[in-house]
Design a protein around this ligand. Structure first.
Ligand code: BMA
Length: 856
C-alpha cells in the first residue's frame, strides 16, 4: 500500500447508524482516480465526475470559462478508474446482510470489491446493489470502479446498423465524432452530449452516493403510500411495505404521526424469510390538505412506519402531503382539455420548464436546489416540468417541491430523439422506470409522468417519419415499433403497476395517437415566436389548452458575462467566446437581434445590448403568460422554457447559471400573480381589461385605467366596480382606445391599470412597441436608507422610465425588484441585500433605464 493510500485509509468512511440492527455507511472518503491507461493516481471526490476531478487536480481548465470546453473533448474517449480502500469493524462483519448500494453510476461501470466483479452497470439512472458479505474483510477492502468510455462503448452500436437514430441536439461534431450521434444508445443524460443551450461534456463518474448497508433481522426496503380517496372529510391511505426478513418472525407493524405521535394503525403480521409485502390501511379524518403554491398551505404529514419483532426492528419516515390530484383530459366541443385538478379544484398551472442545474451534477449544492425552488415560489409559480433531456432529479429537489407546493410534471428521460428500444435496451429502460417511479411515487408534488419531450412531434411533424420511409419503409416500421413499445407500452405499464394513481401522458406535446400535436387537444409547445420568427405580439393571437413550452432567448447580464468572458475583446455577441456560449449558433444571435430591433432602438454598446435584450425577453414572457392566463377556462396552464441554465450561456432561461434573475424572471412575478389585471388592445380597436382571479373566492373591487402622459400627468381615467368569479378570467371592461387619449398620440401615453380589492394590483401597458414610445431621459432620484440586512432604495422619477435596472459592480446583489417601469409621482422602494457600506452604495449604485442606452 503506498503512502497516499495509508493516509486515506485513516479517514475512510462516514457512518450513519439507523438503529442498533442496521448500519448505513457512506463510502465517500479516500477515493482516487486515474486514466485507465495511465499510471498516476490523483485524489478524487465521490460523488463526483471525471471532469470535476481533473479540474480540482489542475489537469484541465474550467470548461465553463472561455473556450475551454473544446480542450476537454478527449476526456470522454478515455476509460477511467476510481478506487478507495476501507475498513469495517467486527459489528458490521457479523451482520447477516451486507450490501453495497450505488445510487448512481455514470454510466458503463464495472465495480470490483477485493478484485471480484460485483456490478456491471450500464444505466446512469438506475441504482445498483450487490451482496458483498462473502467478499468483505475487516481491513483494507479495495473498492474499484472501472468506467468504460461511453464513446468507445456506443460507437460500435452506431456503426452496426444501416440507419441512424434521430438525435438532433447531439453535438457529435464538437466532440470530434463527425455525424456519429451516439447519445441515443446510452441511458445517460441527453444534455451531456450538448443541447441548444448546453455544452458537450460527456461525463463519467460515481455521480450519486455509495453506501455500505449492513443489517440483521428485518429491513424495510420500500413503503408505498397510496392515497385511495381524499377529500376534506377523509383521507384513505394504503401503505404497502416491503420487508426483507432473515427468518420467520411475528412482527408488529405500525404507522404513527411524527408530529403528534398519534398511532394511525398497529397490526400483527407473520413475516416469512425473504421478501414480504404488508398492507396497512388507515384513514385520517378531516385531513389538512396539501395545496399548491398560491392556493394554500402545502401541509405535510410525517408518517413513521415501523416493523418490530422481539429481536429486531426497522423504520422509515416519510413526509406526505395529503391531496387528490388528477389530470382532466375529457373531450369537449373544442377538442381535448388538459387540466390538473387538485383536491377537486381546477388549477391553472403557472411555471416553467426545468433542466439540470449543472453539467456536473454532483456539485449542485443544497443551496442551489433551495434557490431555484425559492425563485419559482417567489414569482408565484406552482409547477415545474422536469424535462426529458436531463435527469430524474435528486430527492432534494422533490422534497423541496413537496414542501413548497410546487407541482412537478415529470418527463421520462427521452428528448428530441429516437431510441433503439428493443431487447436489452428496452429491458434496461423498464428497470430504470421502475427504480424512478418507485423512488418518486410518494411525493405529493408529482402530478404527471410523461413519456418524452417532443419525440412524437419529431416523428409526425418534423419529417422524421417521412425521412425513414423514403430511406427504407422497413426502417420506419422498426423504429416506430420501438417507439410504441417504449412510450405506449413499457413506460405506461410501469406507471400503471407501480404508481397507479398517477397519470401517464405519452409525450409532450401530445394531442392524440397517430398524429402530431395541435392547438386544440392536450398540451402544446408554441415556438412560432422564436423558432418560426413570428412577432412577439403573436402570443396574443393564439390559444392553447395547455402551453407546456414557449420561450425567448437572452444573454446573461454583464456581471455574469464577465465571469466566463473576462476580456474586453470578448465583449461582442459574435466574439469567439460569446459564440461558444451560444449553442443556437449565429442563427440564434440573429434572432435575438431581429426581435430586439423589431421592438427597440439599437443599443449603444455590448453592455446595453445585454440589458435591452433582457427587457425584450421579459416583454415576450409577460405577453405570453398574460395571454395564456386571460384564456383561463379554455387554457389551463403556461410553462415557459426555461427557468435555469446548466452553464453560463445565451439561452431562453429567466435565471442565469449563477442564479441571477434576468428581467424576464422579475417580470414573470407580476404576470403569475394570483390576481392579475391584464389590459390588451384587440383588433376591434378596444382596450379590453381582464382580471384573472386564481383565488377560490369571487373578488369585488374597482378597476381603474389611468392614461398618463410621459410626465405622469393624468390625461384620462376610466373606472368601474366589478365582481370577478372565483378561479376564472373575465373581460371586465372595454372601451375604444382612440377616443380616450384626449388628442394625444399613442406614442406619448402610458396606461396604468389597477385593480383595488384587498390591495392594489397593477400593470403598465403601452399602445405601441417600446421603440415608438417617446421615452424622454428621466431624472431618477434615489434615497438610500439602511434597513436590516441591507438598504432600502427609494426611487422617484420625473418622466416615465422604462425598465429601471439597478446594479452594483462586481458583487452578487440581491434586489427585491428590478427592470421595472417607474412612473412619475409614484415612489418605488427596492431593498438591496448587501454587505456594502452606505457611502459605497451611494457611490456605486448604477441606475439605468431604457432612455440611457439608445445609440444616437
Ligand atoms: C424545446 C425543448 C428543448 C429545447 C428548446 C429550445 O422544444 O424541448 O429541446 O432546448 O425547445 O429550442
Amino acid at each position: 500500500m503506498n503512502d497516499l493510500l495509508k493516509i486515506l485509509f485513516l479517514s475512510f468512511m462516514t457512518m450513519t447508524v439507523n438503529s442498533i440492527f442496521a448500519h448505513s455507511i457512506e463510502i465517500c472518503h479516500g477515493w482516487q482516480f486515474k486514466q485507465a491507461r495511465g499510471e498516476n493516481w490523483y485524489p478524487a471526490t465521490v460523488p463526483g465526475t471525471v471532469h470535476t476531478d481533473l479540474l480540482a487536480n489542475g489537469i484541465i481548465e474550467d470548461p465553463f470559462v472561455g473556450l475551454n470546453e473544446r480542450g476537454v473533448q478527449w476526456v470522454d474517449k478515455e476509460d477511467w478508474v476510481y478506487q478507495t480502500t476501507f475498513n469495517v469493524d467486527e459489528k458490521i462483519l457479523k451482520k447477516t446482510n451486507i450490501q453495497i448500494e450505488f445510487e448512481g453510476l455514470d454510466t458503463y461501470a464495472d465495480v470490483y470489491l477485493n478484485d471480484s466483479l460485483i456490478i456491471k452497470a450500464d444505466n446512469m439512472f438506475r441504482r445498483w446493489n450487490a451482496d458483498v458479505r462473502s467478499l468483505l474483510r475487516l481491513e483494507n477492502n479495495l473498492l474499484r470502479v472501472y468506467f468504460h468510455s461511453p464513446v468507445k462503448v456506443d460507437m460500435p452500436k452506431w456503426e452496426a446498423i444501416p440507419y441512424h437514430y434521430e438525435a438532433m441536439n447531439d453535438q457529435s461534431q464538437n466532440g470530434g465524432l463527425m455525424d456519429r450521434k451516439i447519445s441515443v444508445f446510452a441511458r445517460k443524460a441527453g444534455y451531456h452530449y450538448g443541447w441548444d443551450w448546453g455544452p458537450r461534456l460527456v461525463t463519467s463518474g460515481i455521480w450519486r452516493k455509495v453506501y455500505l448497508q449492513a443489517w440483521d433481522g428485518v429491513r424495510i426496503t420500500d413503503v408505498h403510500t397510496q392515497q385511495l380517496k381524499v377529500n376534506k372529510y377523509v383521507a384513505q391511505i394504503r401503505q404497502t411495505i416491503e420487508v426483507i426478513s432473515d427468518s420467520d418472525y411475528v412482527a408488529a407493524v405500525r404507522t404513527i404521526d411524527t408530529d403528534t405521535n398519534k398511532k394511525y394503525i398497529n397490526k400483527k403480521v407473520s413475516l416469512r424469510k425473504g421478501l414480504n409485502r404488508i398492507q396497512l390501511d388507515f384513514s385520517i379524518k378531516n385531513p389538512k390538505l396539501w395545496w399548491s403554491n398560491g392556493l394554500g398551505d402545502p401541509h405535510l404529514y410525517g408518517f413513521k412506519t415501523e416493523v418490530r419483532t422481539d429481536v429486531t426492528s426497522d423504520y422509515k419516515i416519510q413526509k406526505i402531503g395529503v391531496r387528490s390530484l388528477r389530470l382532466l383530459t375529457a373531450n369537449d366541443s373544442i377538442g381535448q382539455e388538459f387540466c390538473f385538478e387538485l383536491n377537486g379544484i381546477r388549477v391553472f398551472a403557472k411555471g416553467a420548464n426545468y433542466i439540470p442545474n449543472d453539467n456536473f451534477l454532483p456539485r449542485v449544492t443544497d443551496d442551489v436546489y433551495q434557490k431555484v425552488i425559492n425563485d419559482a415560489v417567489n414569482v408565484n409559480m406552482n409547477m415545474l416540468r422536469v424535462w426529458g433531456g436531463g435527469v430524474y432529479e435528486d430527492d432534494r429537489f422533490y422534497d423541496l417541491c413537496d414542501a413548497n407546493g410546487i407541482l412537478v410534471w415529470q418527463d421520462f428521460m427521452f428528448a428530441c430523439s429516437l431510441y433503439p428500444a428493443s431487447g436489452d435496451f428496452l429491458e434496461n429502460v423498464r428497470q430504470e422506470a421502475i427504480d424512478n417511479v418507485k423512488r418518486l411515487r410518494n411525493h405529493s408534488c408529482i402530478a404527471l409522468w410523461c413519456g418524452n419531450n417532443e419525440c412524437q412531434d419529431g416523428w409526425y411533424n418534423w419529417g422524421w417519419k417521412r425521412n425513414y420511409e423514403s430511406q427504407n419503409p422497413k426502417y420506419a416500421e422498426k423504429i416506430w415499433k420501438e417507439f410504441e413499445d417504449l412510450f405506449y407500452k413499457t413506460l405506461p405499464d410501469v406507471v400503471e403497476q407501480y404508481s397507479p394513481e398517477t397519470c401517464y401522458w405519452p409525450s409532450s406535446p401530445f394531442g392524440g395517437y397517430g398524429h402530431g400535436s395541435n392547438e386544440t387537444n392536450g398540451d402544446y409547445h408554441y415556438w412560432s415566436v422564436w423558432h418560426a420568427k413570428k412577432p412577439i405580439t403573436e402570443y396574443n393571437n393564439t390559444r392553447f389548452r395547455f402551453c407546456s413550452e414557449y420561450g425567448m432567448q437572452s444573454f446573461p447580464e454583464f456581471e455574469s458575462v464577465k465571469l466566463f468572458a473576462g476580456k474586453s475583446s470578448d465583449w461582442d455577441i459574435y466574439s469567439e467566446v460569446m459564440m461558444s456560449h451560444q449553442r443556437g449558433g449565429s442563427h440564434a444571435n440573429h434572432l435575438i437581434e431581429t426581435y430586439l430591433l423589431n421592438e427597440y432602438h439599437r443599443p449603444k454598446n455590448f453592455e446595453s445590448l445585454l440589458y435591452v435584450g433582457q427587457l425584450m425577453q421579459g416583454d415576450a414572457m409577460k405577453t405570453a403568460i398574460e395571454s395564456h392566463r386571460r384564456e383561463k377556462g379554455y387554457c389551463w396552464g403556461t410553462l415557459f422554457w426555461q427557468i435555469n441554465d446548466c452553464w453560463p450561456v445565451a439561452s431562453w432561461s429567466t435565471r442565469d447559471y449563477y442564479g441571477r434573475w434576468k428581467a424576464a424572471h422579475y417580470m414573470s412575478r407580476n404576470a403569475f400573480n394570483d390576481v392579475l389585471i391584464s389590459p390588451i388592445e384587440k383588433p376591434d380597436g378596444q382596450l379590453h381589461v381582464y382580471i384573472v382571479n386564481d383565488r377560490l373566492k369571487a373578488l369585488n373591487g374597482k378597476v381603474s385605467i389611468m392614461i398618463l402622459d410621459m410626465n405622469g400627468n393624468e390625461v384620462n381615467r376610466i373606472e368601474k366596480n366589478v365582481c370577478v368569479s372565483a378561479n376564472a378570467s373575465q373581460d371586465v371592461l372595454n372601451f375604444p382606445v382612440d377616443g380616450t387619449l384626449m388628442a394625444l398620440d399613442r406614442k406619448d401615453v402610458v396606461i396604468e391599470a389597477s385593480f383595488t380589492c384587498d390591495k392594489v394590483y397593477k400593470n403598465v401597458y403601452y399602445l405601441c412597441p417600446p421603440k415608438d414610445v417617446n421615452f424622454f431621459k428621466p431624472s431618477i432620484s434615489s434615497q438610500i436608507v439602511k434597513v436590516g440586512d441591507g438598504y432600502d432604495v427609494v426611487l422617484k422619477t420625473d418622466k416615465v422610465a422604462r425598465g429601471v435596472f439597478l446594479s452594483l459592480d462586481g458583487i452578487d446583489n440581491d434586489f427585491t425588484d428590478n427592470y421595472f417601469d417607474l412612473l412619475p409621482f409614484r415612489e418605488k422602494v427596492v431593498h438591496i441585500r448587501t454587505p456594502f457600506k452606505e457611502d459605497e452604495i451611494a457611490k456605486q449604485l448604477k441606475i439605468t433605464s431604457l432612455a440611457d442606452v439608445n445609440k444616437n
